[in-house]
Ligand binder design. Structure first.
Ligand SMILES: Cc1ncc(COP(=O)(O)O)c(C=O)c1O
Length: 500
């Protein structure tokens, strides 16, 4: 079987050879040509058969390790991971209304418990304040107020401050992005970017395809825009099923697709580059715009920032949205969109929605990026989040029922747990909330109340003995609820839907 790897013809110089090689091997693993546990050719073997340098092959293998596709075993070589991609189960749903359970809406509002204490432990996906560069931002803000008072009096242009746009464009070079500063539009966080894209591309009643499960605020946005959703099955490790997406685009008139390819919320999945390429090509060929939410792209634990689908976009079909809210300053609410061939429409939408984003917030962040503070901060933040994710995963293994299944993401800050079908995550959420512990129940992430047996935990709070104790308490609660559930029973489905 391995000969297939050698026989694949290597094409021209772009993208780099190591990525081409990594993607070819990934595609073979995905297709099941290389099976879990199977040994890969040695680095030297691969080098001489492919006529590549040793460092190119090493880098390709490193990428595959980072994606969790292969593992090195001391003295034995590289093997396809035991947890190789599963064939994607399931088909897309039919287009349907987005349901928002009033009970779940209270999740969004309840950021404090009944005693007024902040519920944060495993709930928030924004890193805790201790992990953010608040002292530097405070200094920069004070300096701006003192020396540039016009930042307080000036509306600023709808597209945003050019210094910041230049820094964002420079940052994108890390993933090979050619984001021209003049094509970026600064927004109030990613959420405004997503809403602008939806306003520009859709009309009430249109159908939009989303991952399943998907970020709940995005689902609320679809509802508020009067859109219908098709949920596409999404693998917790490898992201959206390209086959199911292809089927949905063939069978339905889809106006736009929204995806989080890098460390999705709630699953933390990371699409392989080969799948990103396929999605970019598929949607371009069908003339369906892709709204890409890359808010977690910078939260990688491996050596390299994963590329967004935007990196594979040849024709301006991807509207790329991201922000500095999660990783630097949630309170400054600064994000952006590069809207490809839809730029003019987005500019109008930005103007009529909020006119512009507060200038002082933009300039503070531009200066933070300019002076190298951002790069240093991100290196630290990634290390800390990776360590917190390890603690969280090992705590779940220790305290939760043995049937709890999860995949440890390679980045981001959420862990998606699947418990037996009789587990009721809404009861669990309410009981935990009564004890002042925050968790996110599965149905929040579905347009139709699915995933009742699933749960999202975040690792955005620094680890401490108190976190361990709270996690142990959650584990005990999960045991308790499961013991009370009738074996073989399904958790009840939801009934009401909130008008937004
Ligand atoms: C997937 C996803 N997209 C967008 C957002 C909102 O990001 P922002 O704070 O930049 O508006 C979040 C926040 O939780 C998220 O998880």
């Amino acid at each position: 079987m391995l000969h297939i790897i050698y026989d694949v013809f290597m094409t021209s110089a772009s993208p780099p050879l190591y990525l081409q090689l990594a993607d070819e091997v990934a595609a073979q693993i995905e297709a099941g040509i290389l099976q879990p546990g199977e040994r890969l050719p040695s680095l030297r073997d691969m080098r001489s058969r492919r006529g590549l340098s040793l460092s190119t092959v090493q880098e390709a293998f490193r990428r595959l390790e980072d994606r969790g596709l292969i593992q090195a075993k001391p003295q034995s070589g590289y093997f396809v991971s035991a947890r190789a991609p599963r064939p994607h189960a399931g088909s897309p749903t039919l287009p349907g209304e987005v349901e928002v359970d009033p009970l779940l809406w209270s999740y969004v509002q309840d950021i404090t418990d009944q005693f007024g204490a902040r519920i944060n432990s495993f709930r928030s996906v924004a890193p805790a304040p201790e992990l953010l560069p608040l002292a530097q931002l405070q200094k920069l803000m004070a300096d701006c107020v003192r020396h540039e008072p016009e930042l307080l009096s000036d509306y600023g242009s709808p597209a945003g401050d050019l210094r910041l746009r230049r820094q964002i464009a420079r940052q994108a070079l890390e993933w090979g992005g050619q984001l021209a500063p003049e094509r970026l539009i600064i927004t109030h966080g990613t959420i405004e970017a997503l809403n602008l894209a939806l306003s520009a591309l859709t009309r009430p009643g249109d159908v939009v395809a989303v991952e399943s499960p998907a970020y709940f605020a995005l689902l609320y946005c679809l509802k508020a825009h009067g859109l219908r959703a098709i949920e596409i099955p999404t693998d917790p490790e490898y992201g959206i099923s390209v086959e199911a997406l292809e089927l949905a685009t063939r069978e339905h008139a889809i106006q736009a697709v929204i995806l989080v390819a890098n460390f999705s919320n709630p699953q933390g999945s990371l699409m392989p580059d080969s799948a990103k390429q396929k999605v970019a090509d598929l949607l371009a060929s069908r003339d369906i715009p892709l709204i890409e939410d890359d808010v977690y792209g910078e939260f990688y634990f491996g050596a390299q920032r994963p590329r967004p689908i935007k990196a594979f976009d040849q024709c301006g079909n991807v509207l790329y949205c991201a922000s500095l809210t999660k990783n630097v300053a949630p309170g400054l609410r600064v994000g952006w969109i590069e809207a490809g061939r839809y730029q003019a429409r987005i500019e109008v939408q930005k103007y009529i929605s909020t006119h512009s984003t507060p200038l002082i917030n933009q300039v503070v962040l531009a200066r933070f990026l300019e002076d190298g503070g951002y790069a240093r901060h991100m290196r630290k933040l990634r290390r800390k989040l990776a360590a917190q994710m390890r603690e969280l995963a090992s705590g779940v293994r220790r305290y939760f029922p043995a049937q709890t299944r999860f995949i440890v993401p390679q980045g981001g800050c959420v862990l998606w747990l699947e418990l037996p079908a009789s587990f009721d995550s809404i009861q669990f959420f309410l009981r935990a909330r009564d004890e002042g512990i925050g968790v996110a129940p599965g149905p929040l992430f579905s347009t139709r109340g699915e995933y009742r047996h699933c749960l999202r935990l975040s690792c955005a709070t620094p680890w401490s003995p108190q976190q361990t104790a709270l996690l142990a308490r959650l584990g005990a609660l999960a045991h308790e609820l499961l013991a009370q559930a009738r074996p073989g029973a399904q958790a009840p489905q939801r009934v009401a839907s909130l008008a937004l």
